[in-house]
Design a protein around this ligand. Structure first.
Ligand code: MN9
Length: 289
């Protein structure tokens, strides 16, 4: 049986920073707002959350804030992926203790690990807690372009509950979820949410969901109601926003869009830079809702 609690629309939460840490007040107020919008869950501490630019303690603090604020209303998936297995396992145990509903991890990156090493990593993460583990497959960023057979092997690990699939090979995507009908599969490319749903996704996880949750929910709800034409109309409206976001950089643009639309959520950590006036002027023209 598919875990219904894990299905649906889940913003890949952006992290608000204060001068010297995570701005937990801003995070709490924002996740309450997202839950009020009707999102089904949150994906916390992933790439959109700038996890690579955060300390272990900051990642834990952010998760505690989110679970403490909305953990009994919506699903919380803790991204615990790290450059070392030891760090990932520490975050995984902390996430279970904190009350997250699932774990997720990107495939270990930077070094070119063998498949044997990647598989061992997921076995260790899956063994560390009783929570379902969502494999995060994003070959364009990790460089780990795994074959369908290799992804199936990862999905076969006990405690692996599904996959976040950020790629455009919907043939591979269909083969995977058809082979594992009880596991949960997420579309990862916001610009292709409708296509991913058509290919069988149970939901989506994405950065731009932070800035236009209602429109993304409208795509999902129209598709679930079998109105593909309407879902594509909303997708096209979303893509006008995503096109600009991709032009100027995903996370800096998403934070700038929040500010332009009345919510000061701060800026990204360096090496990211605040956007230029030219970028801000272009983003001011897009309609997020
Ligand atoms: O997978 C996100 N990818 C990254 C999730 O954060 C790297 C997406 O939501 C993209 O940011 C989005 C824009 O290309 O689709």
């Amino acid at each position: 049986m598919k875990n219904q609690k894990l299905c649906g629309i889940m913003p890949a939460l952006l992290t608000p920073f204060s001068e010297n840490g995570v701005d937990t007040k801003k995070a709490a107020s924002f996740v309450s707002y997202l839950a009020d919008c009707g999102v089904h869950g949150l994906y916390v501490g992933g790439s959109s959350g700038e996890m690579l630019l955060m300390t272990q303690n900051e990642r834990k603090e952010l998760l505690e804030t989110v679970v403490g604020t909305v953990g009994n209303r919506i699903t919380v998936i803790a991204h615990i992926g790290s450059t070392s297995t030891a760090a990932a396992l520490e975050l995984a145990r902390h996430a279970e203790k904190t009350g997250a509903h699932a774990l997720s991890s990107v495939t270990p990156f930077y070094f070119k690990y063998s498949f044997r090493e990647l598989k061992n990593y997921y076995e260790r993460v899956a063994d560390a807690t009783s929570l379902p583990v969502i494999i995060y497959n994003i070959p364009a960023l990790t460089g780990a372009a795994l074959s369908t057979a290799q992804l199936k092997e990862l999905l076969s690990i006990p405690n692996v509950g599904g996959m976040k699939f950020t790629a455009s090979d919907f043939f591979q995507f269909e083969r995977l979820h058809t082979a594992f009908p009880d596991k949960v599969f997420y579309n990862g490319s916001d610009e292709m949410l409708c296509s991913g749903l058509a290919a069988g996704a149970d939901g989506g996880i994405g950065s731009t969901y932070n800035v236009m949750p209602k429109r993304i929910l409208a795509i999902y709800n129209a598709f679930r109601a079998n109105d593909v034409a309407l879902a594509m109309k909303y997708q096209s409206e979303a893509n006008a926003v995503i096109e600009e976001v991709l032009r100027w950089g995903v996370m800096p643009s998403c934070k700038a869009l929040l500010k332009l639309n009345g919510r000061d959520y701060g800026v990204c950590r360096e090496p990211f830079l605040p956007l230029s006036d030219e970028a801000l002027a272009a983003l001011a023209k897009v309609k997020v809702e």
